[in-house]
Design a protein around this ligand. Structure first.
Ligand code: ZN
Length: 323
């Protein structure tokens, strides 16, 4: 943690202190802004200066043992936001019993997520922000960057807009860049395809940068597929992949066989769309905890569009497909 209460109940923010002030803190009685128990300044060689609870009893509102990556990213984004916005670091919100890493303009909670957390906890925290009128933006540290395949957790950290489709935000501390991965699609092998844009730290207005997914774009994505799909499916069934056995079962129930499909006209499809089984069971509305938009409308428009040699932002399909 980077903030503490001093003896006069004022918040001490380590990111606003010069080194001589740090020395002065040593003799002071400092407390956690949330649980009010004593904290101590840690000013070691490895991490940047931070506070830690003296008692080992865990405080639910401030995380101990934050990694160097997490502390440093918090610091970098705090200074970047501060160029143009009002920003609080680790402000404990009593009504929510939550402490966002950064709170921008009193309403936007920024969470820098550097390690895995349970989906239940993610959903609870997201929902709590939402019901109290906050927007929450989760920005991913290295361990949570999108790789070749989506995990259940990463899927719950995806956002959606008409102009960027499914997207996520990633923080690259080593290269000092904020990265947007957008127009995320999957192919039939489950491999992810997306476009990316990078924004160097401290360049431009960060809040504007974070609005990029809402700006009109003419971006499109062309499938780059390496796998032979019919072969891939045959192998999945041979090795009894639960996902593919379920799909095959749906085909059997409808007097068909997924193995006999020779041509798959849709190479890339939106995340969460039951592309191979929607004709039997309808489009199933998936679960994305960061997304409140009506995704199934997008799926219907996508499926109704006759050409799939490349994919477009959702807004494109909404415009060209007549309901
Ligand atoms: Zn505490």
């Amino acid at each position: 943690m980077l903030v503490a209460l001093n003896e006069t109940e004022k918040i001490v923010n380590l990111l606003e202190l010069a080194s001589p002030d740090l020395a002065n803190l040593a003799g002071q009685f400092l407390r956690c802004p949330a649980c009010k128990s004593q904290v101590r300044l840690k000013n070691g060689r490895v991490k940047i200066p931070h506070f830690a609870h003296v008692s080992l009893a865990t405080c639910q509102h401030y995380s101990e043992n934050e990694s160097l990556q997490h502390l440093t990213l918090k610091k970098r984004l705090y200074h970047w936001f501060k160029q143009t916005e009002s920003v609080q670091i680790e402000q404990f919100l009593p009504a929510l019993q939550q402490t966002p890493d950064l709170l921008v303009n009193e309403t936007i909670a920024i969470e820098i997520q550097c390690s895995a957390l349970s989906i239940q906890r993610l959903k609870e925290r997201t929902e709590t922000y939402r019901v109290h009128g906050y927007t929450v933006l989760w920005l991913m540290g290295k361990d949570l960057w999108l790789g070749q395949h989506l995990t259940t957790l990463k899927r719950q950290l995806l956002y959606f807009s008409q102009n960027a489709g499914f997207y996520d935000w990633e923080l690259d501390l080593a290269r000092e860049k904020l990265r947007l991965k957008y127009l995320c699609h999957e192919d039939l092998t489950g491999r992810l395809h997306y476009l990316k844009r990078e924004f160097p730290f401290d360049e431009g207005n960060l809040l504007q940068v974070l609005r990029t997914p809402f700006a009109p774009t003419s971006a499109t994505l062309t499938p780059q597929l390496s796998q032979d799909i019919p072969n891939f499916i045959a192998r999945q069934l041979y090795y009894q992949s639960p996902k593919w056995l379920k799909i095959q079962e749906k085909y059997y129930q409808n007097g068909q066989n997924v193995m006999t499909i020779k041509d798959f006209p849709i190479k890339l499809y939106p995340i969460g769309l039951n592309i191979l089984t929607h004709q039997f069971e309808g489009v199933i509305k998936p679960d994305f905890c960061q997304i409140t938009a009506d995704i199934d409308v997008y799926y219907h428009h996508f499926l109704a569009y006759p050409q799939h040699d490349r994919v477009y932002p959702p807004g494109f399909y909404a415009q060209v497909v007549k309901d």
